[in-house]
Design a protein around this ligand. Structure first.
Ligand SMILES: CC(C)(COP(=O)(O)OP(=O)(O)OC[C@H]1O[C@@H](n2cnc3c(N)ncnc32)[C@H](O)[C@@H]1OP(=O)(O)O)[C@@H](O)C(=O)NCCC(=O)NCCS
Length: 146
């Protein structure tokens, strides 16, 4: 499978990008379209993973909370394509880009169900569970960029 990682450029790219976010992260919890966005979209780094015919199969976003601290949000891979390394490839590319931007470490709120994915990629748990988005339990994790 040829995987292409790139920033969304066209209107269609962005529509597919937000659609996949909604499909994976919000729709299953009955949340409306629009709930998959926050007010940091314009200043964030967005990445899409696509396969042949420009089919978008994965998305992820990073932003800066401070010059040293980057945060990754909205990691989502189409259900059918999960566990093929797509999420890991997107995560590594977001990490590379925020490091170039000067980040010293990354924080994120991992769904409990995804915690092993982030641990596998070098994130450690900060221990506290927090409730976000309609009662889904999340764990704060962090990775220092060496
Ligand atoms: C979490 C997610 C982004 C990972 O992307 P992916 O492409 O499936 O992950 P990869 O194939 O790169 O890596 C999978 C590895 O992580 C592990 N893993 C642990 N928890 C996992 C989970 N919930 N989903 C997928 N993989 C998980 C797998 O065992 C696998 O390890 P292995 O290669 O040693 O077998 C994707 O599964 C997804 O969109 N899940 C639903 C939405 C979600 O939970 N997003 C994160 C919100 S914080």
């Amino acid at each position: 499978m040829l995987l292409i990682i790139k920033e969304p450029k066209t209107k269609k790219d962005y529509e597919s990008y937000f659609d996949l976010r909604w499909q994976i992260l919000r729709g299953p919890w009955g949340l409306p379209r629009g709930s998959e966005r926050d007010d940091l979209e314009e200043e964030s780094i967005h990445l899409i993973a696509s396969i042949e015919n420009n089919i978008i199969v994965g998305v992820g976003r990073a932003h800066f909370n401070s010059p040293d601290e980057a945060q990754i949000r909205f990691m989502a891979v189409s259900q059918y394509y999960q566990n093929n390394g797509i999420g890991g490839t997107l995560l590594a590319d977001l990490e590379r880009r925020v490091k170039i931007g000067g980040a010293k470490y990354i924080v994120l709120n991992s769904r409990e169900t995804a915690i092993d994915f982030y641990k596998k990629h070098g994130y450690s748990s900060e221990g506290k569970a927090i409730i976000l988005i309609n009662s889904i339990r999340h764990i704060k994790v962090r990775k220092d960029l060496l």
